[in-house]
Write a new protein. Sequence first.
Length: 94
Amino acid sequence: SEEFNMIHPPDVIPKYAPDAIIGKVGTGAPVASAAAPAAGGAGAPLLDKGGHKARDWSRHDKNRKLRMEGEGKIPGWIGALCYMVLGFMKEILF
C-alpha cells in the first residue's frame, strides 16, 4: 500500500520476508484443499493428550456450586471479614 511504501525502504520485503506472497486480496484462484494428515501437522488437534484419559469436571462443578451456595465454615460478617483477610494474604504472599 502507499502507507507501507512511504515508511519502508523498497528492499524491505525481499530482505526480511522473501517467501511472502504479495498481491491483492481476493484476486487469486482458490487453492485445492488436501486431506489433513492423520498424525501431526496443521490438521491435528492442538490439545490432544495422546492417549491420556480425559478429566471429569462434574465433581469440580458440583463442589463449586455447593461452595458458592453456603457461607463457609465461619458464618456471618465475622466470617466475611476473616475470608477477606485470608484472600488479601493469599494475594500478597503467593
